[in-house]
Design a protein around this ligand. Structure first.
Ligand SMILES: *[C@@H]1O[C@H](CO)[C@@H](O)[C@H](O)[C@H]1NC(C)=O
Ligand SMILES: *[C@@H]1O[C@H](CO)[C@@H](O)[C@H](O)[C@H]1NC(C)=O
Length: 181
């Protein structure tokens, strides 16, 4: 993963994990969090973990058709929990692709209600990134992602998970996901 991308992920997760806890109104009331939150970075962010991630991101399909919806499950491997996360699909150039659904796949499932919000990161379509809205400990999150209509090349999901403010895994990549024509 490119250094730039990694830095972006670190930045976003730091903002979401630290800054937004303190100044949640400013962070969440606006659709442009990367700019709005810039000055709220913690002065001493802990370095990212380098060991294997204790979290997994699994898809309900191995291959994706253009425009198709995909269910993603972000979970801890050993009944562990996490506070923050950020998930994004990227094409081979590193640009975010596809969009997340604003609501859980099952609107009646309260387990997932209000656990994430969507960001529109640069160089991608609206709502291309999902992130947590609060630091309540979660054991899993289920997201719905819609593949772009012009999907033509295999891609990956990248995810960052924060166990807590000081312990997080940044920019973990899924296996490459192929496209069904
Ligand atoms: C993006 O998500 C917001 C809710 O977070 C929703 O209101 C909006 O319609 C979505 N935009 C698109 C283009 O899907
Ligand atoms: C797919 O469409 C989007 C938006 O319309 C565009 O930005 C992107 O470059 C297209 N990707 C490909 C692979 O054609």
């Amino acid at each position: 993963m490119a250094v730039n991308g990694k830095l972006t992920m670190i930045l976003l997760v730091s903002l979401a994990t630290f800054g937004c806890l303190i100044l949640s109104v400013e962070c969440y009331s606006d659709g442009a969090p990367t700019e709005v939150c810039e000055d709220m970075l913690p002065k001493h962010g802990a370095p990212a973990q380098t060991g294997p991630s204790p979290y997994t991101l699994t898809l309900n399909r191995k291959s994706v058709k253009p425009g198709e919806s995909v269910t993603l499950t972000l979970a801890a491997k050993d009944s562990g929990k996490f506070k923050g996360f950020l998930v994004q699909a990227r094409d081979s150039t590193g640009s975010p692709i596809g969009s997340f659904m604003p609501l859980p796949a099952s609107k009646t499932n309260n387990e997932f209600k209000g656990k994430w919000k969507l960001l529109s990161c640069p160089k991608g379509p609206a709502n291309n990134t999902a992130t947590h809205v609060n630091s309540i400990e979660k054991s899993r999150v289920i997201l719905t992602w819609i593949a772009p209509k012009n999907l033509s090349q295999s891609f990956k999901f990248l995810y960052t998970v924060a166990k807590n403010g000081g312990e997080y895994w940044v920019g973990i990549e899924t296996e490459s996901i192929s496209v069904t024509k």
